[in-house]
Design a protein around this ligand. Structure first.
Ligand code: MG
Length: 602
């Protein structure tokens, strides 16, 4: 499809925005009027610049408050609109976005709105321009797409069409079915944006929290699919405003934006059939399931051998060509890299390994989605283990399933004398500290490449601020990643993998064993046990047992969680060990503030 982006979706001045859009490979732009008004460039300059960059000007936007205007004031609207048509002539733009009226004194009369739009349509028609009429979600009377379509239908004017904006529709609870009666040729423009689920005023939500498709929770794909099925074949154009994009480097945002459209088209390709399917491009297929394989620790600054030994890990393999050792504890695996690792991360945990076959397809998908590959050497006969760098800086290695040709295990020579007392079930989840301005892009990485679906944003109190958290997991597979944003981020804030959570079957026994092995564990305040007894109605013996073993406790339905933590270690991460019972599926979120407070003591 013809891919576009609104200039309002990029930071900087107009020339920077145009350069960034072109560099990311966009075909066209929506020119936001404010960007032009505040620019030294004349409309003709902008037109020349866009032409030189290979960008079409797909839309001029917005002209506000155009309908439902008290009749005695409508001449002013006509004058204002005519002036913008002159600007558009200079730009060579032929589609204009007109928005529904927000003014408190707007007239609630669909026929008046239609008549006024038709009069604007006459002016537009004479200028060779088409109006796309948009129902703002916070419009005074026209705030649902059903109503804006009613206005467009009644206007019955060839130069007056409907604008479809996924945010405005989905934020008001409409979905693709709201477009069932709209013929595709009556849809003049399609704007796409996603957003996280937030319970707040829709205008604030729109202005500050929109994000690119795939980063939020709205069914953007459903609305775009319905628009294409109706027969719309115009641009697919991103219109995202948020506090994040306003501050971010426009070149980074533009690439992230392009990636979101590639992903959206890929999702559409899977959803559509018939003529609409032929206009979207599928990316190479993702893995049908994604499982956690290992965590890589760098030994460059700090050898983790004592820690791993204390936790019960033992060396079970040595890499055939590199100074890398493989440690395991039951089905939990850690790879220790003694070679220099290029990293921007603050801790020693630098990578996660995942089993996500077919490896070649995932590597091709990463390339199609513009995710940067990690440059690595690969020895003769070694597994093809594509390495990627997530926006957080965390490296991700993709392995085939055990026993397959590109299985990561095959790169290691087994070591004799493996102990058999190990009982851990494996890596339960990893926590990744992400700067606030990277969160959406990081969600995109895990979702578009590995098929991890993001959960809701959760918030926790910290002694020095607030922690926001978003857990991701695949629809099939056991990989769980929790992204954490500390909103009090300073230069010393950790970045990267800060939490390694392993699962076991008997946490009480493990607690005893770890203490005997000299592993430092996070103390739990006595007040916690008073609270946990009150919250769950636990008997005295159970509470005493939890206290004696230093365990935290959570319950949800018939599921229970027991867990314990180490303090934050000198290596920049902490270890959690947990026991899930009865299908408990969360992360012990109710205990997070206790952990944050206790770990901050160091
Ligand atoms: Mg819009």
């Amino acid at each position: 499809m013809h891919r576009g982006i609104a200039t309002v979706s990029l930071s900087g001045r107009l020339a920077d925005k145009l350069d960034a859009a072109a560099a990311a490979g966009f075909d066209g732009i929506e020119l936001f009027d404010n960007d032009l008004v505040s620019s030294d460039l004349s409309p003709a300059d902008v037109a020349r610049r866009c032409a030189g960059l290979g960008l079409s000007i797909d839309l001029f936007q917005p002209v506000r408050d155009v309908e439902g205007v008290p009749p005695e004031r409508f001449d002013a609207v006509l004058r204002r609109f005519a002036a913008k048509l002159d600007v558009m002539a200079g730009l060579g733009a032929t589609t204009v976005l007109c928005c529904s009226t927000v003014a408190a004194d707007a007239v609630d009369d669909v026929d008046l709105s239609a008549e006024q739009l038709a009069r604007l349509g006459d002016l537009a028609h004479d200028a060779g321009v088409t109006i796309a009429f948009e129902a703002l979600a916070w419009g005074r009377h026209v705030n649902r797409v059903g109503r804006s379509w009613d206005v467009v239908r009644r206007a019955d004017h060839p130069a007056v069409t409907l604008a479809v904006d996924t945010f405005h529709m989905l934020s008001r609870g409409d979905d693709g079915s709201a477009l069932e009666d709209v013929p595709g040729e009556r849809i003049g423009f399609l704007q796409v944006a996603d957003a996280p689920a937030l319970d707040m005023d829709v205008l604030e939500w729109s202005r500050h929290f929109r994000c690119f498709p795939g980063q939020g929770t709205l069914d953007v794909t459903g609305v775009v699919a319905a628009t294409l099925e109706a027969g719309y074949r115009g641009p697919l154009s991103l219109e995202v405003f948020s506090d994040v994009v306003r501050e971010a480097d426009p070149r980074v945002t533009a690439r992230d934006a392009m990636r979101s459209l590639i992903f959206l088209e890929d999702q559409l390709a899977a959803r559509l059939d018939g003529p609409a399917a032929s206009v979207v491009a599928a990316a190479p297929a993702p893995a049908p399931r994604t499982d956690a394989a290992f965590v890589e620790l760098s030994a460059a600054d700090d050898d983790p051998s004592d820690l791993l030994t204390g936790l019960g890990f033992a060396v079970v393999g040595r890499h055939r060509t590199k100074h890398v050792t493989w440690w395991s504890q039951g089905d939990a695996h850690v790879v220790v890299n003694h070679e220099p690792v290029p990293t921007t991360l603050s801790g020693a945990a630098t990578a996660i390994g995942v089993v996500a076959p077919p490896v070649a397809s995932v590597a091709a998908r990463a390339e199609a989605l513009l995710w940067p590959a990690l440059a690595r050497t690969r020895g003769d006969g070694e597994a093809r283990l594509p390495g990627l760098t997530a926006p957080s800086g965390v490296h991700v290695f993709v392995s085939a399933e055990p026993g397959a040709p590109d299985d990561w295990h095959a790169d290691f020579e087994p070591v004799d004398g493996t102990p058999d007392a190990s009982t851990w079930l494996g890596l339960d989840h990893v926590g990744v500290a992400v700067p606030a301005d990277v969160l959406n892009e990081e969600v995109s990485f895990h979702r578009t490449l590995l098929g991890l679906e993001p959960g809701a944003v959760e918030e926790f109190m910290e002694p020095q601020g607030r922690l926001r958290s978003r857990a991701l997991r695949p629809s099939s597979g056991d990989l769980r990643v929790v992204l954490n944003v500390a909103d009090t981020a300073g230069p010393d804030r950790p970045r990267g993998i800060t939490q390694l959570a392993f699962a076991c079957t008997d946490l009480r026994a493990e607690s005893v064993r770890l203490r005997e092995a000299g592993v430092a564990l996070m103390p739990v305040p006595d007040n916690y046990y008073v609270d946990v007894a009150a919250r769950f109605g636990l008997d005295d013996a159970t509470v005493a047992d939890l206290r004696d073993h230093g365990l935290l406790y959570d319950r949800s339905g018939s599921g229970e969680l027991l867990h314990l933590y180490t303090p934050v270690l000198g290596t920049g991460f902490y270890v959690e060990l947990l026991e899930r019972r009865g299908g408990y599926d969360g992360y012990g979120q109710a205990d997070t503030h206790v952990r944050l407070a206790m770990q901050s003591r160091a």
